[in-house]
Design a protein around this ligand. Structure first.
Ligand SMILES: [Zn+2]
Ligand SMILES: [Zn+2]
Length: 264
């Protein structure tokens, strides 16, 4: 089996007490058949530091972007464009809108979101979208900026079936995290059953949101195995089938050579 953690913040894990190094984290993941990782940036200096921390690896790809919660400081879209053009960067993001935590930066978030999509279209790299309490604005900006040209994924999906349908209509992929395993997430499970297998991704969003049975602990890429096992039951397929489908979807969306997504 070959699983991909399609969204993790490898630079945010606890390297003081829980893990010795990035190698250690990736080895723990490999022990559970999690063999490829998309390391997601949340600020531009963070992107640069993250690449230094992780280095060049056959089994790690990167995204570059400024998270909607990090819009208190301005950044230069030209710098974003230059960094996002780097080799090894397969996506723009994470970007999107979060009106729950930082409604005061609403306008800046929208502007930044639009920049990410425009650069994604220019570079032919998909966008990784975060949305919270901002469903309508997220959908309209995706439409207005013609996101279908570059494609993308709504990561850590927590919306309903109807919203999933609108995103699927735009050609989007939908990624589920450990939240789908939480006891009170029935609406989310309903959406997960609805999303077709050929548009599904799984992620940890580690270090946040550890799935059951690790809830409350720091999350790590190894735990995407728990998300995949849970999703397989929801979809009524074997975990091998779910792993194969989500790995293939990952390769398609992020234009990653499928030979990198096989056990060597
Ligand atoms: Zn997010
Ligand atoms: Zn994230």
């Amino acid at each position: 089996m070959f699983l991909v953690d399609s969204h993790c913040h490898l630079d945010g894990l606890d390297y003081q007490t829980l893990h010795h190094s990035v190698d250690d984290v990736l080895a723990k993941a490999a022990a559970r058949d999690v063999n490829f990782f998309l390391a997601v940036a949340t600020t531009l200096p963070g992107y640069t530091a993250m690449r230094e921390l992780i280095g060049q690896r056959e089994n790690v790809a990167f995204s570059c972007g400024v998270h909607p919660l990090n819009q208190d400081e301005e950044y230069d879209p030209e710098t974003l464009r230059e960094l996002a053009a780097h080799e090894g960067v397969v996506a723009l993001g994470e970007t999107g809108l979060d009106y729950f935590y930082t409604p005061e930066t609403k306008e800046r978030q929208q502007q930044s979101f639009r920049h990410h999509i425009r650069i994604g279209r220019e570079l032919n790299k998909p966008v990784i979208v975060h949305t919270r309490d901002a469903r309508e604005d997220t959908l309209s900006i995706l439409r207005e900026e013609k996101v279908t040209d570059c494609g993308g994924v709504l990561h850590c999906f927590t919306e309903d079936r109807e919203t999933a349908g609108k995103l699927l209509d735009m050609g989007f992929y939908i990624s589920f995290s450990g939240i789908v395993t939480f006891r009170n997430a029935e609406q989310l499970r309903d959406a997960a059953r609805y999303v077709p297998l050929d548009r599904l991704l799984v992620e940890t969003d580690s270090p946040y949101l550890a799935p059951v049975p690790h809830r409350g602990k720091e999350n790590q890429p190894a735990y995407v195995r728990d998300v995949a096992e849970y999703m397989a039951v929801l979809k009524g397929v074997s975990v091998d089938e779910l792993a194969a489908a989500t790995t293939e979807n990952f390769a398609t969306l992020f234009h990653i050579d499928p030979s990198r997504l096989q056990k060597s």
